[in-house]
Design a protein around this ligand. Structure first.
Ligand SMILES: N[C@@H](CCC(=O)N[C@@H](CS)C(=O)NCC(=O)O)C(=O)O
Length: 198
């Protein structure tokens, strides 16, 4: 299988991290999103949405959306709970990550770290601060009472939320204000097979 990705992206890193933890062999196709690699005609044939990560299976089928890829690759492993309530809880957190976390923290990180805070995006950067703080507050409360995102064990919920939470400081958030998130970050970093983002 092939995975198209760029390791400056937390969404792509999530998939790389899962593959490393589960020892899933793959060919990593390095893309440069800043150079527009995800918007070429050739790539749009593969994913009309022009986004990475993208998984290409041996039979030629494609799967986009980082959390869908995590779900697919973790199938049958201990990182995907079997119990239907826990599986549904996992989906709740994956949707939370995409709707209430990533659009704030990931976008602010891109503006700050990779675009160097251009003046024309300052208002957007500021407007997205509150959403990211709210997401981190929700995680802090949850992780103060639970070791992992779902149930009693590591799952793809942890891997998904780890992607951008552990670099939230690069998006202008002070992680020192979130001790339970920091303790969880340390737990994730001690998983066998862990690899850093870059
Ligand atoms: N919801 C998607 C988001 C994917 C996404 O936004 N990817 C960005 C990198 S983080 C991208 O491909 N950007 C390239 C572009 O917009 O040209 C997912 O979770 O995979």
């Amino acid at each position: 299988m092939k995975i198209y990705g760029d390791l400056i992206s937390g969404n792509c890193y999530k998939v790389k991290l899962l593959c490393n933890i589960l020892n899933i062999g793959h060919e990593w196709i390095d893309m440069d999103i800043m150079a527009g690699d995800a918007r070429t005609e050739d790539f749009l044939e593969k994913n009309p949405n022009g986004k990475i990560p993208l998984l290409e299976l041996e039979d030629g089928r494609f799967l986009a959306e980082s959390n869908a890829i995590l779900f697919n690759l973790a199938y049958g492993s201990e990182l995907l709970p079997i119990d239907i309530f826990l599986k549904s809880k996992l989906l709740e957190w994956l949707f939370f990550e995409q709707y209430s976390h990533e659009p704030y923290i990931a976008v602010r990180r891109t503006i700050k770290k990779y675009q160097g805070m251009p003046a024309e995006r300052q208002a957007e950067f500021d407007a997205r601060e509150a959403g990211g703080s709210k997401a981190l507050d929700i995680m802090e409360k949850h992780l103060g009472q639970n070791k992992y995102i779902v149930g009693e064990a590591l799952s793809i919920g942890d891997i998904s939320l780890y992607g951008y939470s552990h670099v939230a400081d690069e998006a202008g958030y002070d992680l020192n204000k979130y001790p339970a998130i920091q303790a969880w970050i340390n737990r994730v970093q001690n998983i066998p097979g862990y690899i850093p983002m870059q």
